[in-house]
Each structure stands twice: as C-alpha cells, then as structure tokens.
Design a protein around this ligand. Structure first.
Ligand code: AMP
Length: 426
C-alpha cells in the first residue's frame, strides 16, 4: 500500500472545516488592516533562500528540499531549485521583480504550504502551512516606523481573540541592526572562545561562521553555557533602542500584553530590530504558534532597493491544533439543510430538478438515489446530519407539494414547491 510520505499528512473532513474557518477569519481580519493577498510559486531558485534566509541557518543548511532541474531546454538544465521553506523571501523577491515600491507601502498576506526536512513529531511536519503577512515599502512610506511593528502585533492579537484562542503569550525582543550585530557577534565570538570546545558540533561551527545562531541550539547540555553569553539588548544603538521602546509604548497603550525575552533571536538571518513569537501553553513541546520580525535589509540583500519591512508567519497546523478543543470541527461545519430522497423509479430526474432550485437558494442539499427505500433514505439523511428530509415521490410530483420532515422534532408538513426554500430556511 502506498502511504503519505513521512512528515506529510492528509487533512480530512470534518477537520478541513476548521481550516476553512481559520482562513475565513484571517482574510476578514487582515482585510480590516488593508492587507491584500499575494500568491508566490511553491518552488524558487535555491539561491533566493541561501541569500535571503541565510546559509548558516538550520533551515537552509539542513532542511531544504532541493534538486537540480533536468528540463529539456538548455536554460532549465542544472538549475538548482528548492521547495519554499518559508514565504517571506518569495514575497520580497516578488516585491523587487514587480517594482512594487511604486505603490508606496505594501501590505501583503499569504496562505500556503511550506516544506522543511525536519524530524516529524506532533506539531512539526515536513509539509506544513503558514499564514503570513508582510508590510514592506520605502522608508518614505513609513515602513520603518515602530507604528508598523505595533500594528502588526496588534492585528495578531485581534486575530487570536477573534478565533477564541486564549492563553497566548507574546514574547518580544530587538535583535538590533547591522551595526549592533557586528559588535554583538564580536562579543559573542570572544565569549564563546574559551567554552565552545564543550559545545555541540553545530555550535562549534556557528561560533566561527555566524555566532548569533548559537542561540538556536536546542542541545540541553549547551544551555547553561548559552545562558551566560552576552545578550543583544546590551548592544543596541540609540536608534534601535528608541525604536524598540516606541513599539512597547504603543502596545501598552492599545492593551496588547507582552513579555520581553532577550534570548529570542529567531532562526532566520534576515531579522533586524523587532523579533517576536507568540507561544501557547496547550501545544506542548512545539509551543510557538507564530513568529516574525522586522527585516530592514532583506530587499537589498536580494538585489532590490532599500525597503524596510516587517512580517510574521503563523503555523496554521498549530493554530488549528490550539483551536480544536474550544471549537471542534463539528461546531463550525455547515451541515446539510436538507436531504432529498428520490422515492421510486423515474424520480432521480425530478429530484435533481428540485435540488437544483434549492441549491440556487443557497441551501446545502444532499441527494439520495431512487433505488433507496424510505428506511435507507432516513438513515442516510441522519448520517449526513441534515436538518430536514424531503420526499420526492410520484404523488408529490403530481401534486407539486412535497413531504418535508424535521429530523430533530419529527414534525412533518406538506409544502408547495414554490415555498420549499423559504420553509427550509426557517
Ligand atoms: P518560522 O518560519 O521558522 O519563523 O516559523 C513560523 C511558525 O511556523 C512557527 O512558529 C510554527 O508555528 C510554524 N512552523 C515552522 N516550522 C514548522 C513545521 N515543521 N511544522 C509545523 N509548523 C511549523
């Protein structure tokens, strides 16, 4: 038997109703903040992620699905392609490719699958879904303002509230800008020198190539050492410090609770200044529902103009998981309003005609088959969770009035064809 590949999974009904519920709320909330949807390709040239996300990040160094293309045309052959492990690099590539700065401030969101070859476990998959948003544009359009950071964070708290997700915690940090980072990396290198020999091989490599990434280390034995390392908060320049203070001031003003965590550096190299994560207690080991931050240098790193930006990615799989208890899929699924039973030979056509009318009145209608007996029709209607069963038999068709039975109360009435939709909707 062929099964779904390790780390991938089928999303089945009724759970998919929950996914749709989440996505509808997302579109609604994001729209209120004037975000618009963007859809970028699922695979991109490998170089985009190497340059955008960073060679030394776990994502790029270990987790990407990369292959060499073998197209017929000379121009395709040998091209290194990668299934996107995240969507920010793709959005910024599109921003540059379509010269989107002509429109000033761009507020874009996406919903879609991402791919990382991680060790699968609960809440961690190799194909997973992210819902993300990016605010990007020239600084003259206000893209650098702490007001943008705060707006994005406030939007996230509104979305989680709207979905009825309680018990989340917003962790906030500033990872500084290029200048701060150089001084910080230098200090980290120095602090690591005498101790790095006792750390894991990844950290030994990171200490040389990109010391900041030592903070990504999950090896328990390394944690006491990491705990004693200098923190970026000690290296922020005046501008970064002020920016960070203003973000916090606005959040306090609008009533979004947060806590500071100066170990939070996020696993992607492009972040500058504000970095954040929302965690949720009920998720267990993989407790981050979403993460994000500012990436003021990313556009330039990808060959574009200066275009400060800030964004986030929500792990949709985890968001749905944290919802499952408070809003079971059954509760958001729209069950059939009516099950139409065609009773007797030659009734499939009559039933199809009636069903077509009802569905055009925006009713959810399920349909049986003329080979079913009455008992089987009732069973099918009950199984489908329909509110009503409607009988289409020879006598009903002749009279142009149909037996409509409420499956919960057992009440049965005869309703004229023209009144059916109205009666069912009541
Ligand atoms: P990142 O793109 O690494 O900043 O991750 C943003 C969010 O995506 C995380 O907070 C998770 O909720 C989610 N996420 C990242 N990797 C995975 C994965 N392998 N499986 C499920 N969700 C993930």
């Amino acid at each position: 038997m062929i099964k779904a590949v390790r780390g991938t999974r089928d999303l089945l009904p009724p759970e998919t109703a929950l996914w749709n519920f989440v996505e509808a709320a997302v579109r609604d909330v994001f729209r209120a903040y004037n975000f618009q949807e963007i859809r970028t390709p699922i695979f991109e040239s490998t170089e985009l992620f190497a340059r955008g996300v960073g060679e030394e990040t776990d994502v790029v160094a270990k987790e990407m699905y990369t292959w060499e293309d073998r197209g017929r045309a000379e121009s395709d052959r040998g091209q290194s392609l990668t299934l996107r492990p995240e969507n920010t690099a793709g959005v910024v590539r599109a921003y540059i490719e379509h010269k989107m700065w002509d429109r000033g401030l761009n507020k874009l969101y996406y919903i879609g699958p991402q791919f990382r070859r991680e060790r699968p476990q609960k809440g961690r998959y190799r194909q997973f879904y992210q819902i993300g948003a990016e605010v990007i544009g020239p600084a003259s359009a206000g893209s650098e303002s702490p007001a943008r950071d705060a707006e994005v964070l406030e939007m996230l708290s509104t979305l989680l509230d709207r979905l009825g997700i309680t018990g989340w915690n917003l962790e906030l940090n500033s990872v500084g800008c290029a200048n701060d980072r150089a001084a910080f990396n230098e200090a980290l290198r120095k602090a690591l020198e005498p101790v790095v020999g006792k750390m894991c091989v990844d950290c030994q490599r990171r200490a040389v190539t990109n010391p900041l990434r030592v903070f990504d280390c999950k090896v328990p034995e390394d944690q006491p050492i990491i705990e004693k390392l200098p923190r970026i908060s000690q290296f922020l320049d005046e501008g970064c410090r002020k920016h960070f203070e203003q973000v916090q001031e606005i959040l306090t003003k609008v009533g979004v609770p947060f806590s500071l965590n100066d170990r939070l550096v996020r696993g992607l190299d492009y972040y500058t200044r504000t970095a954040f994560e929302f965690t949720h207690g009920a998720l267990g080991a993989q407790n981050a529902i979403l993460g994000g931050g500012r990436y003021d240098g990313l556009s330039e790193a990808l060959g574009g103009p200066a275009a400060p930006g800030i964004g986030f990615a929500i792990g949709e799989d985890r968001l749905v998981m944290s919802l499952q208890e408070s809003a079971p899929a059954e509760s958001v699924l729209k069950k059939p309003d009516v099950y139409v039973a065609a009773l007797g030979e030659g009734m499939n056509g009559e039933a199809a005609r009636l069903v077509r009318e009802l569905r055009r009145h925006d009713l959810v209608v399920d349909l049986g088959d003329e080979s079913f007996r009455l008992k089987k029709s009732f069973e099918a209607a009950t199984k489908a969770g329909a509110k009503y069963i409607l009988i289409v038999g020879e006598n009903e068709v002749k009279a142009d009035a149909f037996a409509l039975k409420n499956l919960a109360t057992g009440e049965q009435v005869s309703v004229q064809r023209a009144d059916l939709a109205k009666k069912i909707r009541q």
